[in-house]
Design a protein around this ligand. Sequence first.
Ligand SMILES: NC(=O)c1ccc[n+]([C@@H]2O[C@H](COP(=O)([O-])OP(=O)(O)OC[C@H]3O[C@@H](n4cnc5c(N)ncnc54)[C@H](OP(=O)(O)O)[C@@H]3O)[C@@H](O)[C@H]2O)c1
Length: 280
Amino acid sequence: MSIIGETSTHKARQAPNDGQMVVAVTAPLSGCAALVTGSSSGIGVAIARELAVAGATVALVARSRDGLEAVAREIEAAGGRSLVVPADIAVPGGAAAAVDRVVAELGRLDVVVNNAGVALPGSMVDAPESEWAAMIEVNLTGLLSVSRAALPHLLAAAEDPLRGVADLVNISSVAGRRAPLGAGVYAATKAGVIALSESLRQEVTARHVRVGLIEPGAVRIADSELRAAQTAKVDPDATPATGIELLAIEDIAAAVGFMVTRPRRMAVNEILIRPTEQVK
Ligand SMILES: NC(=O)c1ccc[n+]([C@@H]2O[C@H](COP(=O)([O-])OP(=O)(O)OC[C@H]3O[C@@H](n4cnc5c(N)ncnc54)[C@H](OP(=O)(O)O)[C@@H]3O)[C@@H](O)[C@H]2O)c1
């Protein structure tokens, strides 16, 4: 676990232009604990940075310990706080054990971002069924398992006068709204995330747990494992956007940061973000 530094200024500040993170003490999530799945690479790294800059102690959850530790070192160097929690959310008990450990070590849970995802596009006629299972197990079952384990703690945090509200943010995809050719199962998992988010929102919003949904279009990710898995395949998120200026991971993280730092009275339920030039 790396609990790093006390901070002393009064406002959260965004990273300056040189790309350096700066964490401030009475930032909007000071005293809060956040958990981000899939924070060893890609969009999840940017979300973890964003929440650390906002003052949260960020539990970093993914399978790759090395990847998580690199992110933790970066947060630490910026004066932030993090907790490395290697876990496979797709195996039975993996998600619950990760959430239990976070709450045992940080004492609370205020923000959960279900970002971990797998995209293995392929034809419905001949794609291996094992790839469909892999997507369903992470994108749906894993997300549900994390959410179920986290909800009692989010409900408790919402009763805490510190903020009086808690946040669960699910990362879906534009593909969940408009299924692309050749990625039917990925799109189905992301459409499923949209459906279950809305149902859960209705279940817990009166108890001040805000359920937010973010649907990114094509994001530029240099060393994404999701991208690596798609070499020689059609990328369901990038295909509609070949040759255009893609979103940055920070664009998605900023949307998450916006959602979870609104006043208690205000729930931003859904944000769909496309690159400006992405038509479909
Ligand atoms: N990139 C895009 O254009 C785009 C567009 C729309 C939506 N999205 C969504 O955004 C999210 C992040 O995607 P990304 O592009 O940043 O992909 P990425 O770089 O491949 O990151 C995926 C993350 O999920 C983690 N993960 C995968 N399986 C896991 C498991 N069983 N248990 C725990 N963690 C697991 C990976 O870590 P480990 O391998 O270390 O476990 C990694 O940190 C996904 O939900 C994706 O569907 C992406």
